[in-house]
Design a protein. Structure first.
Lengths: 382, 267
């Protein structure tokens, strides 16, 4: 095997992607099925002078990465279901204070302690609405290790570009499965470095005054610009404000900087979508079975296609509407009770064509499971 | 530098009630930093949520006003990431020891180099006078209309047992001692805790008939005594002031640096 080919778990692919993107600081708390990410980074980070810390819980882990990010580091934390719930308040803080960070949730079954060692995709809507208050958020996912790597790099790039938390929503099958990963050479995938202010010392720096392109250059804590950061609504200085105009404008800014870029942020893959009569829409490990089914049916001359979503939020409404326009049946395959299916129904014309093919028992959904649903829909019986 | 050089005037007027003890802590802290001659750029102040937590915004350091109870989590990330910065974490008693109690004991246990100031007014000021884990038995609060049946923590004992390597107590009345203790705490290499007994005349004082701010300050003078004083021997109920713990243990960030060295050498 050549030097840059590995046979790894998805969690390891995420670690490789994070390091490739420039990760320097990780804080976490052990939880199945994400623990391998912390274990590996505890060994890898100090080798490059980075920092790893196991905090007392997921709340503190989330807080620690946000603090470290403010000093100019690229940061990440990783967790699963219950831990993701605990991170929500501080995640909202990172949204409000516009602090770049990456949060990995390797999903397991829930609610509560649920089913730690089995697969579910039940946190899609939590990733969207887990923290309180109106807000926008970016959530990526992936179905195979090469994409786990690429989307992890993308998560860091996007977090830095838009000064925002980015959630990587993987699942137990992707996290634990082993497969080949080809490590890109340095420079092969572009890396976005933090945009730092060019305002010189002694001149007023406004940490929360967006440039014309909407971006906010940062100044590291410890550098010569001193400013205030708060989770309260704040003005361009970072000072708390309850002025209605300030509140309105900041909330609009936080929403618009993401929602206005929905199409740019919409990462996806497609297989035989052009003439698909049965269009499957899927993501994460479920997309592996969906793809397998599409290949099987194509070999039999049936026009199946697959739209695999890599961006879950902001939901790619335009993309889904366009790709689904000519399909007779749109079948959303996922391992929950229809969280993405619901969004697809809102996105497409004629939502009555949209069906759900799912599994919610912790057993990995097979191509056959999906096919059974498709047969039922087409009136073919099982 | 003059005191006003440490203040962000744009942030004023402050939110505190007249007579609030938190303003005295602000004053003492500025004087401590001024005496130490630490550069403003080298100081990061991280606070949580509460009346006390607002102290951070008023000061011209790198300041981060975070979440209720979580200041030490954010501060740990900042310190470990940039050990060369001085990190000061002012907290209310509820902030530090109710919602933030877990972070408090773990930051102390790690002996990470930062200074935690607990501004202990024995009440939740910001939310209107509910009892805190420091109120103690028999105290009136908006959520203890028949008096509280909760026992309170002893912050000094808790911090010492959790592993803090510098632990001290003073009051808003004893401003000179406060300045000296804060100076020593900021210089101390490791996790330092300074409890400052402070007054909330608006809620604690009014409900518990302790009078106005001046009366409350005088009361703090009366109920405290220097560590090991004769008065303490005669009146064991007196609360001691001074330095309770001053010891050396490996500091967390320095210890992690040795991990980095070993990891790089492959050992
Ligand atoms: C998660 C969360 N819970 C509750 C609150 C409401 N809250 C704000 S400040 C506070 C208590 C403040 O008391 P303390 O920390 O003692 O500081 P003080 O105001 O007395 O200085 C509470 C309960 C909050 N902001 N966040
Ligand atoms: S409510 Fe109490 S603690 Fe808050 S500012 Fe007023 S006096 Fe101070």
């Amino acid at each position: 095997m050549s030097d840059n080919i590995r046979f790894v778990q998805g969690n390891e692919a995420c670690v490789e992607g994070a390091l490739y993107a420039g990760l320097e600081f990780f804080a976490g708390y052990p939880i199945t099925p994400s623990t391998e990410i912390a274990e590996q980074l505890s060994s890898r980070l100090p080798k490059i002078g980075g920092k790893f810390i196991q905090m007392e819980d997921e709340i503190a882990s989330m807080c620690a990465i946000v603090g470290a990010s403010l000093t100019g580091r690229k940061v990440m934390t990783a967790t699963s279901g219950p831990g993701f719930s605990l991170k929500q308040e501080a995640l909202g803080y990172a949204i409000m204070a516009e602090i770049p960070c990456v949060i990995v949730n390797v999903q397991r079954g829930g609610p509560s302690t649920g089913i730690p060692t089995h697969v579910h995709q039940g946190d899609v809507n939590q990733a969207r609405w887990g923290t309180h208050g109106d807000h926008a958020i970016i959530v990526f996912t992936a179905s195979n290790h090469q994409d786990v790597f690429a989307m992890t790099v993308e998560a860091f790039n996007i977090a830095e570009t838009y000064r925002t938390p980015v959630v990587l929503l993987f699942d137990e099958v992707v996290g634990h499965m082993r497969e080949r990963l080809v490590l890109p050479q340095p420079g092969e995938i572009p890396i976005v470095e933090r945009l730092r202010t060019s305002v010189p010392q002694g001149v007023n720096y406004h940490p929360y005054l967006p440039r014309e392109d909407g971006r906010l250059p940062m100044s590291d804590f410890g550098a010569f610009h001193r400013y205030n950061v708060t989770g309260l609504f704040h003005d361009m200085w970072g000072f708390p404000s309850d002025d209605h105009e300030v509140v309105h404008d900041l909330l609009r800014h936080l929403m618009d900087k993401i929602e206005n870029r929905t199409n740019q942020l919409a990462k996806f893959k497609e297989f035989y979508t052009e003439d698909a009569e049965v269009l499957l829409i899927s993501y994460g490990s479920t997309a592996r079975s969906a793809r397998d089914l599409v290949e099987q049916r194509r070999r039999r001359g049936e026009s199946f296609g697959l739209l695999e979503l890599l961006t879950l939020w902001p939901f790619p409404n335009d993309l889904v509407r366009k790709k689904a326009a000519n399909a007779k049946y749109v079948v959303v395959a996922e391992m929950n009770t229809g969280q993405v299916c619901q969004s697809v129904r809102l996105a497409v014309d004629q939502p009555e064509r949209v069906f759900l093919a799912n599994r919610i028992d912790g057993e990995f959904i097979s191509p056959d499971d999906i096919h059974k649903t498709v047969r039922l829909i087409r009136g073919k019986g099982v | 530098m003059a005191v006003k050089d440490y203040i962000r005037e744009r942030f004023f007027p402050h939110i505190w009630c007249p007579g609030c003890g938190h303003g005295i802590v602000l004053n003492g802290l500025i004087r401590a930093v001024e005496k130490l001659g630490v550069q403003k750029n080298e100081i990061v102040m991280v606070s949580g949520i509460g009346c006390s937590a607002r102290i951070a915004g008023y000061l011209d350091f790198h300041t981060m006003h975070t979440l209720h109870g979580r200041a030490l989590g954010f501060a740990t990330g900042i310190k470990l990431s940039r050990p060369e910065l001085k990190v000061i974490v002012p907290m209310g008693d509820g902030d530090a020891l109710a919602i933030g109690g877990n972070h408090f004991i773990h930051a102390a246990r790690r002996n990470i180099d930062m200074t935690a100031i607990v501004m202990n007014n024995r009440i939740y000021g910001m939310t209107g006078g509910q009892y805190s884990p420091l109120s103690g038995y028999g105290i009136l609060a908006s959520t203890a209309p028949y008096t509280s049946v909760d026992q309170s923590f002893d912050i000094v004992q808790l911090a010492a047992a959790a592993g803090a390597t510098f632990v001290a107590r003073t009051t808003a009345y004893h401003i000179q001692q406060m300045i000296e203790l804060l100076q020593e705490a900021i210089l101390h290499k490791g996790f330092s805790v300074v409890e400052v007994m402070s007054q909330c005349p608006t809620y604690f004082g009014r409900r518990n008939r302790e009078g106005d701010a001046v009366a409350m300050l005088k009361h703090m003078q009366k109920i405290t005594t220097p560590i090991g004083s004769k008065a303490k021997a005669e009146h064991p109920e007196l609360i001691e002031r001074g330095v309770f713990v001053r010891k050396e243990l490996p500091e967390y960030c320095e210890a992690y640096d040795t991990i980095i060295r070993r990891a790089k050498e492959g050992k």
